[in-house]
Design a protein. Structure first.
Length: 331
């Protein structure tokens, strides 16, 4: 049995310790509010809910699905949510931190990469489209996930292809669920989309990935656009509960990484993916708190540096200073 599976099993056992089942060891259930986006990067959160890992950790989750990455970070900054599960916007979090220093802590990263063979994003077009690469977008429209994060990434990708994002390409905010229909219906010529949009496109037969992981090829490989984030208020005021949230997400992340084929069954309940499309799903690249290393941190820094370069974030900003530490968790 792999170390990751053993760790996940050990955490699950610890959280459910007691002679009478999941709730036996709970004197009370601590309520925690989460704000999440229906994308593949959030898979560990879906599994944590389905496997009742939060309940076993004596946590009652108030779960709030959002339509855009901005909404998650807005909820955290306004303290309407305690944490953003995996898939919260990594870039927008740092924009918020630059404006409101000390409000957020990052405790995990999610994305994909070429070297690790995990799909995070794709350039989605019709099967007969002449668009093969970003340079082909001149005079075209490009849809993306709503908000400043993917607007900035899209602008950088267009610029890296030798085009002017202000003159050569029209960028359009599109909710995740609307991206494939927009391509198929001709509302946009292409989208830069997060999984599972690419998988949905392939499954439909009416759209396809012209490019797979284009962002990793330009910004950093692996590339992380998603993060697990909590408020420092939550961490400081309820450190024991925050520690349990991190443990739950780490345990669920290990379960997904060890047996995605098993745990992906939960995904249709939370995303636009249909059960008969599961075989086409791309496995996300998920990094829990305990696994974050220098490569991950450098990749995250590369994203932040792009935001600085594109003028949406005042620099410099060191992402290491924004990461949750073991000392802060008391471990």
């Amino acid at each position: 049995m792999s170390k990751s599976v053993l760790f996940a099993a050990a955490v699950a056992v610890a959280m459910s310790a007691g002679s009478g089942g999941a709730y036996a060891a709970c004197d009370k259930m601590d309520k925690v509010t989460a704000a999440w986006l229906p994308i593949m990067q959030t898979t560990a959160y879906y599994v944590a809910i389905e496997e009742k890992l939060f309940e076993k950790a004596c946590i009652e989750i108030d779960s709030n699905k959002m339509e855009s990455p901005n909404q998650i970070i807005d909820a955290l900054i306004a303290e309407r949510a305690d944490f953003g599960p995996p898939g919260a916007a990594a870039g927008i979090a740092m924009i918020a931190e630059s404006k409101f220093p000390g409000k957020l802590k990052v405790f995990g990263l999610q994305g994909g990469g070429i070297a690790v063979n995990r799909i995070n994003d794709g350039l989605i077009v019709k099967p007969d489209s002449p668009i093969k690469v970003f340079a082909d977008l001149k005079g075209k429209t490009l849809g993306h996930v709503p908000g400043i994060q993917w607007r900035t990434i899209s602008r950088h990708m267009v610029r890296a292809a030798g085009l002017d994002p202000d003159k050569d390409v029209k960028l359009i905010d599109l909710a995740v669920a609307m991206q494939v229909p927009a391509v198929v219906g001709g509302t946009v010529d292409a989208t830069l989309s997060l999984e599972p949009v690419g998988s949905i496109a392939v499954a439909s037969g009416k759209a396809m990935r012209a490019m797979t992981n284009p962002v990793a090829g330009v910004i950093a490989d692996p590339f992380y656009s998603g993060a697990s984030i909590m408020t420092t208020k939550f961490l400081k005021e309820r450190p024991d509960v925050a520690k349990r949230v991190v443990s739950v997400i780490d345990a669920a992340t290990d379960l997904v990484n060890a047996d995605f084929a098993k745990y992906k069954a939960a995904i249709p309940k939370y995303t636009p993916i249909k059960p008969d499309q599961l075989e086409l799903l791309a496995q996300p690249y998920l990094r829990g708190f305990k696994d974050l290393n220098d490569t991950d941190i450098k990749s995250y820094q590369a994203l932040v540096d792009i935001f600085i370069k594109e003028g949406v974030l005042a620099g410099p900003l060191n992402v290491r200073e924004k990461l949750l530490t073991r000392a802060e968790l008391g471990t």
